[in-house]
Unconditional design. Structure first.
Length: 276
């Protein structure tokens, strides 16, 4: 019988109790820094990765082969478990999702997420039965691998502007939990009462909450029963924000004041030079 690698086992253990922050680096360098900072696991961000390549956050903008190479690089960047933002699985149907999930598992990631968004504005979410079938295919592919990679199911109802987002999220996340998801996630939910409802609806399985702006705290989300907190593209956007502000001070004022908060050359040299 296959057993999970120590990295996968460590990642699974993080979901068993308490609450942990799962930050989202967008490249190898940012992953290395977050490891050095003391985080216990990392997650990729499809948006942050796309922005770094001059592409939009669109599931059709990055071929699956490019994403798989990115996952290999991120999994190899540090000893930490890495969760893959694998969008909707990059497959036209459940069989395609299964094939791509098998390839993703082979990159060395400790977890991956599958969402129910289509990328089509005319029909932004897969039909309920199709979304469940795609998730079941991902579950079967992981089970066949014997790796016990953590499967997270995402309902994108809030992000696509579903007018009945609360109902859709509660219904689908409960169905995804029954279909074999290890962790449940509805990006875009901010209301505390709704977060608590999601936690109750899928209990005892863990819930991930996305925090991409100031306001919420780790302590409060822990009180609500959340087990995992991710930040999506927020760290990459924070980096872009510093870059954009520094650039504007040069163009608009002819000054270089935007460099005041820049990381020192010595700090980055020591980080990437392997010094402890």
């Amino acid at each position: 019988m296959s057993r999970p690698t120590p990295t996968v086992a460590a990642y699974r253990a993080l979901h068993q109790s308490g609450c942990f922050v799962l930050p989202n680096p967008w490249d190898v360098g940012s992953a290395m820094y977050l490891h050095r900072a003391g985080f216990r696991a990392l997650a990729t961000t499809s948006a942050g990765m796309a922005f770094a390549r001059g592409l939009p956050d669109d599931p059709n903008a990055i071929p699956v082969e490019v994403m798989l190479q990115h996952l290999r690089e991120m999994a190899a960047a540090t000893p930490l478990p890495v969760n893959a933002d694998f969008q909707s699985g990059y497959g036209k149907d459940a069989a395609g999702v299964a094939a791509n999930v098998r390839a993703a598992v082979a990159t060395g990631v400790a977890g991956l997420s599958i969402e129910d968004a289509t990328g089509d504005a005319a029909q932004p979410l897969f039909a309920r039965d199709e979304a469940i079938a795609r998730l079941r295919a991902a579950r079967a592919a992981i089970d066949e691998s014997g790796t016990e990679v953590v499967l997270t199911a995402r309902c994108e109802a809030y992000l696509v502007g579903d007018p009945e987002a609360e109902r859709t999220v509660l219904d689908r996340l409960a169905a995804f939990a029954e279909a074999g998801a290890d962790c449940l996630y509805a990006p875009g939910v901010k209301d505390e009462a709704m977060i608590a409802k999601i936690v109750r609806a899928v209990a005892p399985k863990p819930v991930n909450v996305l925090v991409s702006s100031p306001g919420m705290t780790v302590a409060r989300l822990t009180e609500l029963g959340v087990r995992r907190i991710s930040v999506g593209s927020a760290l990459s956007r924070a980096a872009w924000g510093g870059f954009i502000r520094a650039t504007r001070t040069i163009i608009e004022h002819g000054t270089f004041d935007g460099f005041a908060d820049a990381a020192s050359f010595a700090e980055l040299r020591d980080l990437f030079g392997g010094k402890q």
